[in-house]
Design a protein around this ligand. Structure first.
Ligand SMILES: NC(=O)c1ccc[n+]([C@@H]2O[C@H](COP(=O)([O-])OP(=O)(O)OC[C@H]3O[C@@H](n4cnc5c(N)ncnc54)[C@H](O)[C@@H]3O)[C@@H](O)[C@H]2O)c1
Ligand SMILES: O=C(O)C1=N[C@H](C(=O)O)CCC1
Length: 234
């Protein structure tokens, strides 16, 4: 498979390694000031760039008939426009705030736990995410996904970074060293607490999930998620 990388930073380089280990070719490494882009050899584009670059990168791929795997976070205000363009161009698109296979399962655990805990008034939920000091956005896209899924499966109405009001989920962001990504969901009461946590050991898990998604999307059209890739909709 011919893969184009949009964003050749920490994740782009890890995806290059994982892709080549799986026998794929990297046909383009697009970064700042890359100039004119040749889409002709691309079977798929994998975008791990910057919040203010992702939508333009993704749009260019759809305009040129290239399926997109996007992991860049912090650009979701334009997500619906990206979906509309993909559908207009009969393209194929997977966005995930976190491509780790383990986090895909963690997201399911979070939804299930939220449904059960919504029956108990004694508990209050809080989220914590810890990432490396170079991360630009806060909270993480993964934490926002976790919060939004809890809201969909409970009586919570929103989330807030740090101090939350009634009905809001408090989210704490910490930036420590080169932490790849640790996410904790805590339900606390006066008498006990329940906690689920996902901790990435390195960036390889994110890259592996993105490349698996790129392999899966070949020959398909539509808008998909990692639940489709892992066949978790059964
Ligand atoms: N979904 C996931 O599983 C997952 C995992 C890790 C990181 N991320 C996200 O991926 C993004 C990148 O993370 P990173 O750690 O690789 O960051 P990074 O800063 O190491 O790399 C980003 C790269 O994008 C480049 N870039 C800037 N403008 C660009 C443009 N217009 N076109 C192409 N490239 C451009 C930068 O020069 C840099 O090389 C962040 O948004 C991060 O939150 C997502
Ligand atoms: O390293 C990052 O940046 C990460 N970003 C994603 C997020 O914002 O959730 C996924 C985890 C790592």
């Amino acid at each position: 498979m011919n893969i184009a990388l949009f964003g050749y930073g920490k994740m782009g380089k890890m995806i290059e390694t994982v892709s080549q280990n799986k026998g794929h070719n990297i046909v383009a490494k697009i970064d700042v000031d890359s100039g004119d882009i040749d889409y002709s050899e691309m079977d798929v584009a994998i975008d791990f760039s910057m919040p203010d670059a992702a939508f333009d990168n993704i749009s260019g791929c759809f305009e040129n008939g290239v399926p997109v795997i996007s992991g860049t976070t912090g650009w979701l205000d334009n997500y619906d426009d990206a979906v509309a363009l993909c559908q207009e161009k009969n393209g194929a698109f997977i966005y995930a705030s976190n491509f780790s296979l383990g986090v895909t399962i963690f997201f399911e655990l979070n939804r299930y736990l939220a449904q059960m805990m919504s029956r108990l008034d004694q508990y209050r939920v809080s989220l914590e995410e810890i990432h490396h000091t170079q991360k630009l956005d806060a909270p993480s896209g993964t934490a926002i996904s976790l919060a939004e899924d809890i809201i969909e499966n409970s009586d919570y109405q929103g989330w807030k970074l740090d101090r939350a009001g009634d009905g809001e989920i408090p989210v704490t962001s910490k930036r420590i060293g080169d932490t790849p990504g640790t996410h904790t969901v805590n339900y606390g009461s006066k008498v006990d607490h329940i906690e689920i946590r996902h901790a990435a050991h390195n960036r390889e898990g994110f890259a592996l999930g993105a490349v698996i998604a790129a392999e899966w999307i070949q020959g398909k059209t539509g808008i998909f998620t990692m639940k489709d890739v892992l066949d978790l909709n059964r």
